[in-house]
Write a protein that binds this ligand. Structure first.
Ligand code: HEC
Length: 146
């Protein structure tokens, strides 16, 4: 085999492994790239931080408590039957497996098969995006005592 053929064989193997893990419903990899993509989705696209990170009295994020959960600092302006008062910690995924979080972010259903109360958005991410988010959140140190 020459170098080009080996490269093709390796690429095929990588693809086969990737699609096998997608089919099994597992988050696809805990590689650095996936964590970086998860960070991007959490901080820049889905804005999980907006609700799940506490702020100080000047409204600035408290970086040491990044994604440690927070009381909601806004309310709905029309009556809603349900409205959560706080968003739970996400750093280190306390109480959640990566797989459970992927299910929540792809189907909107939590471990009990229920939808979290608003304003938690009912995300319908792709499995890859949800896996990246799970890998990033898992990589963060959990709040102490959890
Ligand atoms: C607009 C505010 C908001 C945003 C944005 C948001 N959340 Fe939430 N999240 C909440 C609230 C409020 C709750 C608590 C809901 C409840 O008590 O039922 C919650 C609950 C959760 C829970 C626990 C669900 C359960 O059933 O116990 C997880 C996990 C979670 N959020 C993950 C995320 C992730 C990951 C993102 C970003 C991809 C995100 N959230 C973005 C507000 C938000």
């Amino acid at each position: 085999m020459n170098g080009k053929h080996i490269g093709v064989a390796v690429a095929a193997l990588v693809l086969a492994t990737l699609s096998a893990s997608v089919a099994a419903g597992e988050p696809t990899g805990k590689s650095k790239g996936n964590v970086a993509r998860g960070k991007y989705i959490v901080e820049q696209v889905a804005m999980c931080t907006d609700c799940h990170s506490p702020r100080n009295e000047r409204g600035e994020f408290i970086r040491e408590r990044w994604l440690h959960g927070a009381p909601l600092d806004f309310k709905n302006t029309v009556p809603m039957p349900k409205w959560a008062e706080a968003a739970p910690p996400l750093a280190g995924l306390p109480g959640w497996s990566e797989k459970e979080l992927v299910t929540l972010l792809t189907t909107g259903k939590d471990q009990k098969g229920e939808q979290p109360d608003p304003p938690m958005p009912p995300y319908r991410m792709t499995r890859d995006d949800a896996g990246a988010v799970a890998a990033y959140l898992k990589s963060l140190p959990p709040p102490s005592g959890k």
